[in-house]
Design a protein around this ligand. Structure first.
Ligand code: 3EB
Length: 341
């Protein structure tokens, strides 16, 4: 099995990336300005976040396998599966959950989305959630006295408790990002083997955050090492300027960018202690950077270029971060061939 991420594809490049057959595409994401008329046929997460520093107004990312995928639909989840690996996307309209008796519409939608994901994974015999990409509108808006990100955390944790029982330790790598509008959108990758979770010794594990950040902690690990036949993938969760459990460098985007990269370097070092392949380096990761204020892009780009050089694959988008004082968040991934030690 070989799973490869093709980043930064324009619509025209898609035909190259899908050579060998569109049935080899596991799924992907579409970032930037979305065109509802274009539907590629595999599960795609639409991320309507403006691209920064690009001439194109949209780009595609795809995960391509070296074998044909099985495809299906389950309770509104579009999914594809290659061997013991599954990728799916679910979008839920919160309006359908208004008037729910257990919490806000967003909380109910989040719980329902994760319940559907867990039901699909159990029926497919691939119970281990490895990596989750969460997007929601108005993430920092306070509704009925509670910030929407905190409402989302309640619903997510409820579903984990109901279906997976553990909400600490072996939980997936993730990001949770705010968009200007749109449905609750969740993409996920899952497999037969448990991921190896990685934490950051500079940070309190997110699942142990104190209740000042909300009544329920977020359910994610700082990174995950996952295994396919012959392949190890490192997924680094959305990483921000948080030390311990506190935001640092409030109002200073360069400081936050540097601190986020120190956190990523620390997570990579932890991952390297656990990895079964040669050490991962910052220069080989592919990055996605979420910037709250588009005007901060040049400063962030210059800061990252100083830290990791210009030869690195980085996609920049404008989006909201889950704490109002966070100005950016960085996620990353890399893949190694197993047996190359
Ligand atoms: C943090 O470290 C920043 O709720 O799934 C990063 C990655 C963050 C994932 C999530 C939140 C999530 O707390 C925010």
């Amino acid at each position: 099995m070989n799973l490869q991420l093709f980043s930064d594809l324009s619509l025209a490049d898609l035909s190259d990336a899908t050579s060998g057959g569109a049935d080899r595409v596991l799924g992907g994401a579409w970032l930037g300005q979305l065109d509802p008329a274009v539907a590629p046929g595999w599960p795609v997460q639409g991320i309507a976040a403006p691209l920064l520093g690009k001439s194109n107004d949209c780009l595609q990312e795809i995960w391509r396998c070296d074998a044909a995928c099985a495809a299906g639909e389950s309770e509104g989840i579009l999914w594809r599966r290659a061997g013991n690996l599954l990728y799916g996307v679910i979008e839920l309209d919160e309006n359908e959950f208004v008037g729910s008796t257990s919490g806000s519409a967003l909380q109910s939608a989040a719980a329902e989305a994760y319940r559907r994901i867990f039901r699909l994974l159990d029926s497919q015999g691939l119970p281990n959630l490895w990596r989750v990409w969460n997007y929601l509108a108005g993430i920092n808006a306070e509704v009925d006295g509670l910030e929407r990100y905190r409402q989302f955390n309640i619903g997510r944790q409820d579903a984990f408790l109901e279906y997976r029982h553990v909400v600490t330790g072996n939980v997936p790598a993730a990001c949770a990002i705010g968009l200007a509008s749109g449905p609750l959108s969740i993409a996920f990758m899952a497999g037969d083997l448990p991921a190896v979770p990685v934490e950051n010794p500079r940070q309190v594990s997110a699942y142990n955050y104190p209740s000042v950040y909300g009544p329920r902690s977020p359910t994610f690990s700082r990174a995950a090492l996952v295994y396919l036949p012959g392949q190890e993938i490192l997924f680094i969760s959305g990483t921000a300027s948080i030390v311990g459990h506190q935001t640092v460098h409030s109002g200073d985007v360069v400081g936050q960018c540097r601190e986020s990269m120190t956190n990523i370097a620390t997570v990579v070092a932890e991952a390297n202690r656990l990895a079964r392949t040669l050490p991962y380096t910052l220069g080989e990761l592919s990055y996605r950077v979420y910037i709250r204020h588009a005007g901060d892009f040049p400063l962030v780009e210059a800061t990252l270029s100083g830290l990791i050089g210009d030869a690195v694959e980085i996609v920049y988008v404008q989006a909201d971060i889950c704490r109002h004082d966070l100005l950016l968040e960085i996620e990353a991934m890399a893949s190694h061939t197993l047996g190359s030690l």
